[in-house]
Design a protein around this ligand. Structure first.
Ligand code: NAD
Length: 351
């Protein structure tokens, strides 16, 4: 699902917590540069707050004011937010945004980048994670003083729509789809997921479909990551294996994500707020810059997306301005902001 906006696109920008402001501030010059270069792409940034700072101010992780801004925008670019973990504390702002716009497909591409250490040279896979139910249903309760239950909600309509989304993505790629489950243990919920995938598979006879259990794929993603094309799975499994898969191509600093619904998208790095690096201008902005690339593509500008991807690759290939997590030996690590500026300059140089 993508949209085609032939007018000024309104993007809600949420910087988030921890390293969020650093990675978002490094991404904005890239978006500015690509608008200078690509005719017809015009973005209005509308800034809004969510996360820890909002909780301190309003008691809500996603304040009403931010919800109103989100609704008036075409999509959202979001830095990571810190979510308090104590029982009874506000629900994750990210999960709220996903639910608010029914952003059911979480796309997490994992692809080798030039000059960034990877486990194998030819990794190029896409994790399609169901984003609205599973263990993220938010249904949890105590059954006694020492016992609690979390509900893993799995429904046929949600499984069929995520499967259909994943098959469509596979059709645009290498036409291979692996569906991931734990059917040997979760016999009831996973039966619904597996049946749904196999039902939808009949609509896509050209896609080679295979299954994997979550524990086995956790091993195989390290052993043979290059074997996978599209991986579709339920919410928690998708969350866990996307961090793992990201590490096979250089880590969380280079892993983008998109949350897509019928008519709204929220784009963010896969990583969290890494509080220990807060305010140091140190972490890698590439994950957020590539999330912004997914956003402009979703907004309908393939040209802008290609230019961002090309600029990122060319700066990495050059290898002179690299943050600490990917800097080659002998190269002084660049700041987050320097890397953003260098990628923006590269886009302008492409003119
Ligand atoms: P994290 O992803 O924030 O950090 C784990 C480690 O990954 C960091 O210590 C760092 O070494 C590395 N890392 C992360 N981002 C990087 C970057 N851009 N460049 C270089 N290295 C990077 O995971 P965590 O510490 O488990 O979570 C911290 C907080 O983030 C938690 O409150 C969690 O709820 C939140 N979180 C938010 C989101 C989101 O907003 N979508 C996602 C995941 C976690």
């Amino acid at each position: 699902m993508s949209v085609s906006i032939n007018r000024l696109a309104k993007v809600c920008i949420i910087s988030g917590d921890g390293i969020g402001p650093d990675v978002i501030n490094a991404t904005i010059p890239v978006l500015d540069a690509v608008q200078d270069v690509v005719k017809g792409l015009q973005i209005e940034y509308v800034f809004a707050e969510a996360g820890l700072r909002s909780i301190a101010k309003t008691g809500q992780s996603l304040p009403d004011e931010t919800k109103e801004i989100l609704k008036k925008c075409d999509c959202c670019l979001k830095g990571p937010v810190t979510t308090p973990e104590e029982p009874g504390s506000p629900k994750s702002a990210v999960v709220q945004i996903r639910n608010m716009f029914d952003l059911y497909a979480n796309l997490r591409p994992v692809r080798v980048l030039p000059n960034v250490p990877s486990l194998k040279p030819d990794i190029d896979l896409l994790i399609v994670r169901e984003n609205t139910e599973g263990l993220y249903s938010g249904i949890e309760f105590m059954t006694g003083p020492d016992a609690a239950v979390a509900v893993r909600l799995i429904t046929r309509p949600a499984c069929e729509r995520i499967a259909r989304y994943a098959f469509k993505m596979a059709m645009k790629r290498r036409k291979q789809l692996t569906y991931v489950h734990k059917g040997n243990i979760l016999k009831v919920t996973e039966a619904i997921f597996k049946d749904s995938v196999l039902k939808v598979a009949k609509e896509f006879p050209y896609v080679e479909t295979s299954e994997a259990r979550i524990d086995a794929i956790a091993m195989n993603l390290i052993k043979n990551p290059e074997r996978y094309d599209v991986i579709v799975t339920t919410n928690l499994f998708g969350d866990v294996i996307s961090d793992e898969a990201a590490q096979t191509v250089g880590g969380l600093g280079v892993a983008p994500g998109a949350n897509i619904g019928e008519d709204y998208g929220m784009f963010e790095p896969v990583h969290g707020s890494a509080p220990k690096y807060e305010g140091l201008d140190k972490v890698n902005p590439v994950a957020t810059i590539l999330a912004a690339k997914m956003m402009v593509e979703w907004l309908g500008s393939t040209e802008a997306a290609d230019r961002i991807q090309k600029a990122v690759e060319s700066v990495l290939r050059e290898g002179k301005v690299m943050t600490y997590d990917i800097a080659p030996q002998g190269v002084t690590p660049a700041k987050c902001s320097e890397m953003g500026k260098r990628i923006a300059q590269e886009i302008l140089n492409q003119r």
